[in-house]
Design a protein around this ligand. Structure first.
Ligand SMILES: CC(C)(COP(=O)(O)OP(=O)(O)OC[C@H]1O[C@@H](n2cnc3c(N)ncnc32)[C@H](O)[C@@H]1OP(=O)(O)O)[C@@H](O)C(=O)NCCC(=O)NCCS
Length: 182
């Protein structure tokens, strides 16, 4: 399933994708993703940050989304990752592929640190980011409430680009960065 940079042609499909997500998943994006104007500005490239989507074989439906946004001010060397895959497509490697694309994009853009927030019990998110060289940097206890109102811990994982360069070699990302853009 191809992963491509978000473009104007994906606008309607991306809106359908976000609107169909369960409410709990939307909390990971933390932006007004069901608002057509917001999504249109992303697709047109008018908003800060880089975004990619995975699309189905026909190219009509978005099946996953990842974004990297540079933090402002004195943290503008840090990028924050947001990742979500359609519930019906999970467990097929799509999350891994999208996260890898975000990492390549962030490193090419010169970011030296990436962070991602995950719910502490979420095994798949932890596994895929750990394999890309992310590690636990903070644990915020009882920081979020799930849909049933139960308190959950939030983990902040971080990827320090210089320190993990050797690790990136193992997943072939260094080769991708060396390849001519296009
Ligand atoms: C986290 C998320 C993006 C993962 O997407 P996905 O497409 O299912 O991920 P993948 O199929 O690439 O799986 C990644 C790895 O997770 C592991 N995994 C999958 N399900 C798992 C589970 N239930 N428990 C533990 N590990 C699991 C596997 O190791 C898998 O790798 P594999 O290729 O070795 O099998 C998806 O569950 C999601 O959208 N969740 C809601 C939003 C979210 O939590 N985003 C992350 C923070 S921004």
């Amino acid at each position: 399933m191809p992963v491509v940079e978000l473009g104007p042609g994906h606008c309607d499909a991306l809106l359908r994708f976000f609107t169909a997500l369960p409410e709990g998943d939307l909390t990971f994006i933390e932006e007004e993703v069901t608002d057509p104007a917001t999504v249109r500005s992303w697709a047109a490239g008018d908003s800060p940050g880089r975004r990619w989507v995975s699309v189905d074989a026909g190219g009509n439906e978005v099946t996953g989304y990842v974004a990297v946004r540079r933090l402002p001010g004195w943290s503008d060397h840090v990028g924050e990752v947001r990742l979500v895959v359609a519930p019906s497509r999970r467990g097929t490697g799509l999350g891994r592929e999208l996260a890898r694309q975000a990492l390549v994009g962030a490193v090419s853009a010169g970011l030296s640190k990436l962070v991602v927030e995950i719910v502490a019990e979420q095994g798949s998110a932890l596994a895929l980011f750990t394999d890309l060289g992310f590690s636990g940097e903070a644990l915020l206890r009882d920081h979020i409430r799930d849909r049933d109102g139960r308190l959950r811990d939030l983990m902040v994982l971080a990827h320090h680009v210089q320190e993990t360069w050797a690790g990136m070699d193992t997943v072939g990302i260094a080769d991708e960065l060396d390849a001519p853009a296009g």
